[in-house]
Design a protein around this ligand. Structure first.
Ligand SMILES: Nc1ncnc2c1ncn2[C@@H]1O[C@H](COP(=O)(O)OP(=O)(O)O)[C@@H](O)[C@H]1O
Ligand code: SF4
Ligand SMILES: [Mg+2]
Length: 343
């Protein structure tokens, strides 16, 4: 049997150590974001199936799962970028102060995007426009969204670049993306995302295109800057060790279904869902003897799949698993969708 492709999940047990001390969560407060029974279909495929989770103000949440689990689809939905005719959406996305944005039109999204919700994309070199200077790409949202004058936008752009750790900032404004390293480009992306002081920052694998030596710096920068602004952050990750360090809560996804969700320390220290346990078993620890790969396979996204999508690969599957979808239920400090969990 071939092991499944976990990409970066194997890589970085050293990264959390490089992050230094864990940043402690802010005290409980009301949810900034509440997603209930969110489903997204494309034709006959049900890409997200009744996804439910919430995120409190000032909190950090990690979306975890293999490639194709639906992590980026959730992030793109949360910033209103999957609003094409072939995409069917149901359920609710409550953003504090904006109500249910699931049905929001483009006019409403133009007011929310950037101002309330911003995104740091996976590959800064692909996300930045190669034809425009850094200054133009940073000052345009400052002028359009924040309504600053040209000189105020320039001053603010310099401040933002300094806050994300770039030096020689006035000259960086006239640089083109190709004149910066990958790490510097990602810092610029973070500065652009933070420029309008969003409440919610979406970071879709923000370090997977970067050299391992600067991954920790970038993650720490995102955490510190969101914390300083009392913003919330959703990290899309497939690195469990990193998630345990930088996320208050995690949501484990498989085939667009939530398998297990709760405080990261509880879920990752003692996973109860066979899929979370399998993900953990695929991570190479320096002090453990072997990897425990899962059998290869991809989930079926057919909208008529009745049961648990993990059933064909699950070592604990029961007869009823393929026929009946387990509900997401509260069990031992987390929510879990499984008929036969680990104890
Ligand atoms: N543009 C698209 N058209 C059709 N299906 C897509 C498209 N983008 C993503 N998908 C489907 O959605 C699933 C989830 O994708 P994605 O959210 O990108 O996963 P992840 O970010 O977890 O790797 C994929 O397995 C793929 O089948
Ligand atoms: S519901 Fe069944 S198939 Fe799905 S994870 Fe639990 S035991 Fe495995
Ligand atoms: Mg993705």
């Amino acid at each position: 049997m071939k092991p499944m492709d976990l990409g970066a999940a194997r890589a970085s047990t050293s990264l959390p150590a490089a992050l230094g001390q864990r940043i402690e969560p802010t005290p409980e407060s009301k949810p900034l974001l509440k997603i209930e029974e969110l489903s997204l279909s494309r034709g006959e495929s049900l890409i997200l199936d009744n996804v439910t989770f919430s995120l409190r103000r000032g909190g950090t949440l990690g979306l975890l799962g293999e490639s194709g689990a639906g992590k980026s689809t959730i992030a793109l939905t949360l910033i209103g970028l999957l609003r094409t005719p072939e995409v069917g959406l149901s359920g609710t996305i409550e953003l504090d102060g904006a109500g249910n944005v699931t049905e929001a039109g483009e006019d409403a999204w133009l007011k929310l995007r950037g101002r309330r919700v911003a995104m740091i994309f996976q590959d800064a070199s692909a996300a930045l426009n190669p034809c425009f200077t850094i200054g133009r790409q940073l000052m345009t949202p400052l002028r359009r969204v924040m309504g600053l004058s040209r000189s105020a936008a320039r001053a603010r752009a310099i401040e933002l670049l300094e806050s994300v750790g770039l030096n020689d900032t006035p000259s960086r404004l006239s640089a083109y993306p190709h004149q910066l390293s990958g790490g510097m480009q990602q810092r610029v992306m973070i500065a652009i995302a933070l420029s309008s002081n969003p409440d919610l920052l979406l970071a879709d694998e923000p370090t997977s295109a970067l050299d391992v030596t600067i991954q920790a710096q970038i993650i720490r920068l995102i955490l510190e800057e969101t914390r300083r602004r009392s913003a919330s952050c959703i990290f899309v990750l497939h690195d469990l060790a990193l998630a345990s360090q930088c996320c208050d809560d995690i949501v484990v996804l498989y085939g667009g279904q939530v398998m297990e969700t709760g405080p990261s320390r509880i879920v990752l220290e003692a996973p109860m869902h066979p899929y979370t346990a399998a993900l953990k078993g695929c991570v190479l620890e320096f002090d453990t003897e072997e990897l425990r790969p899962l059998p290869s396979g991809a989930p079926s996204f057919a909208s008529k799949t009745p049961g648990c999508r993990f059933a064909p690969r699950c070592p604990r599957a029961l007869e009823k698993c393929a026929a009946n979808k387990p509900p997401l239920a509260d069990v031992h400090g987390r929510k879990l969708a499984c008929w036969n969990p680990l104890t």
